[in-house]
Design a protein around this ligand. Sequence first.
Ligand code: PBG
Length: 331
Amino acid sequence: MTAFPDRRLRRLRQTPALRRLVAETELSPSRLVLPVFVKEGIDAPLPIASMPGVSQHPLSGLAAVVEEAVAAGIGGIMLFGVPSARDATGTGAVDPEGILNRAIRVVADAAAGRITLQADLCLDEFTDHGHCGVLAADGAVDNDATLEIYAQMALAQAEAGADILGLSGMMDGQVAACRAALDAAGRTDVVILAYSAKYASAFYGPFRDAVESTLTGDRRTYQLDAANGREGVQEALIDIDEGADIVMVKPAGPYLDVLARVADVSSVPVWAYQVSGEYAMIEHAAAAGVIDRERAIGESLIGIRRAGAEAILTYWAIEVAGWLRAGRSLA
Ligand code: PBG
């Protein structure tokens, strides 16, 4: 019996060239999507304190963002609107002159088909109470009344020129409601990205700054409970059944198991959203000198890809696309 191991997996780890040759997981710029915040009533970018390196953009700055994204070769831009006025039913979301719908038109013009234009389809930025839906008399979020507004929002965003609608409100039946409305209007071409397994998460904290959220309380009656993996898979399967073209898991890092399970069973593409808190944690830890920023970013993304995401929404999309174009490996 030999005193030495006869299986030596270290053999393939000896040099950077060997490691690159046997890397199982790769990322490319086309698999990255950049979330972009558009704020009404400003005329210069406004940095978001909780997200170092990320700003709210004025409408007039969007064309430049599009050029940057196209040059970076990323797969798309996901637009979020920050309106200056909000009301109980979120009328700014369905108004063609609402900030998000105006931004969609500006980006659609600038993009001219060179990059996909995605839009957040949810009411939370437009309601004065900050919930993702409208409220019933007793203060609870009214699922079915909200679906009617989502359907109108889908038509408004499609009309403005969005290619992909990101349904992030977590109302039951939202995919079916939006698909039916789009199809009835002859917009069978518009793609539905369902934020299927969207968990009630502390990691959305910095985003709520970014969109100046007015929410008091929480979203636990509609977003998923962190304890539940099977339920996340079921949400994705139901959304696929309702007609989702793409399903998503969100946040990404703390839910890689859910992502892997959804990827195992999904018949449609599976994406993940590396959310604001995941971004902020690495940025702030790096700024404090306790972590290697670029390696941590790369490892966080390759982990999400390895778990099964075919595309990733990340605030680092442009920067990381640059690294990838320069031929750098991420981990
Ligand atoms: C809801 C929405 C949220 C995010 C994207 N869409 C916030 C929420 O549900 O509270 C979070 C994204 C992030 O944290 O980066 N419209």
